[in-house]
Every structure is written in C-alpha cells, then in structure tokens.
Write a new protein. Structure first.
Length: 71
C-alpha cells in the first residue's frame, strides 16, 4: 500500500464542507480551518493549527488548501 498522510482533507462537497479523515477514520466535515483544527485536536494531534500546511501530515485533495469549505 502506498504511503498516505495521516490526515486527509477530502475534496469540497457540493453541499459545502470538506470531509476529514485521520488515520483512515472519518472525524467529520469541516466548514472552516477552525473546524479542521478542532477535529485534529480531538483526534489527539497537538499543535493542530501548526500542521495544516505540512504535506507529510495533511493531504489536501481536490482543491487548494484552506479553500472550498463553502457551498
């Protein structure tokens, strides 16, 4: 199996938001970076706001990082 970042922010959904998975587990649909940071914090990732731009930890799929939350 190919290597994958532990956090995946999936493509924007037509109804808005971006599904987020941590280590393959669905943790919710983020509607902002604030939501995303909270999901990561709850998943036990310290300094979640500092890792959003680290491609070794977070993979942004189907859109630019920090964009595509709104419908």
């Amino acid at each position: 199996m190919a290597w994958q970042a532990p956090v995946v922010v999936h493509p924007p959904a037509p109804e808005g938001g971006r599904r987020v998975t941590v280590r393959g587990e669905d943790v919710g649909t983020a509607r902002s970076d604030r939501d995303l940071v909270e999901f990561l914090r709850r998943a036990g990732l310290d300094d979640a706001d500092m890792i959003l731009d680290d491609p070794h930890l977070v993979e942004w799929r189907g859109g630019r990082a920090h964009q595509g939350y709104a419908a």
